[in-house]
Design a protein around this ligand. Sequence first.
Ligand code: UDP
Length: 241
Amino acid sequence: MSTNTKFIYPRILLKISGEVLQGVNKFGIDVNSLKKIAKEIKLVLNIGVQVGLVIGSGNLFRGSTLSNIGINRIASDHIGILSTIINSLAMHDIMQYYSIPSCVMSSIPINGMCETYNHRQAIKLLSNNYVVIFAAGIGNPLFTTDSAACLRGIEIQADIILKGTKVDGVYSKDPNKYAHATFYKKLTYEDVLKKELKVMDLSAFALARDHNLPIRVFNINKFQSLYHIITGHDEGTIITT
Ligand code: UDP
């Protein structure tokens, strides 16, 4: 499996926001986006990197959006959690299409469709070069898939959380709204908190900080960006101590 290509992170936790999966559409899953991501992951798997994957569900349902239209917040989050399983199953299928060994592990039992999360089993699969797709967030409402990414990242002893988004990294303001937003290449956990930058929700961020887990925010739509990061090139924004 591994080649002579040098990589700096032997095990990663890749978090992809649901919006990346919808491509140019406003809702749902675009199969071309899934294929693009699968190919990016395959590149790093082929050089021997172990990949844990968490997928959000902003392309389907987010709890906050549903509660804004009058659905109870807890029920809304349950719908969000189920949506992450839908995305994970779709990604799993495309990975099979590309002969990428992978397994979906859900935080809540979904008999007959995927495995239930098991820490030891996850480590075993990762060590055997399977992509482990951690579905259903942490399995509880009022959390996000960023929290799941940080939690699973710590559990599997990932070397870094790679947050793949549609933007190039962390900016002072939303770059889609403000043309003069400042781009940050490097930040400390403290900078993020002081400047109130939107990297991820606070409970997820605190978890990463408390366990000294570096976070890199990058544009997953940029061709081979994941590979570039893994092989030590500068992409996006790195957040460390
Ligand atoms: N969610 C939850 N608990 C979790 C993870 C997710 O309740 O542990 C719900 C929550 O409603 C959230 C939705 O699932 O809005 C989708 O996750 P997220 O917002 O993180 O998706 P992303 O923004 O990354 O696409």
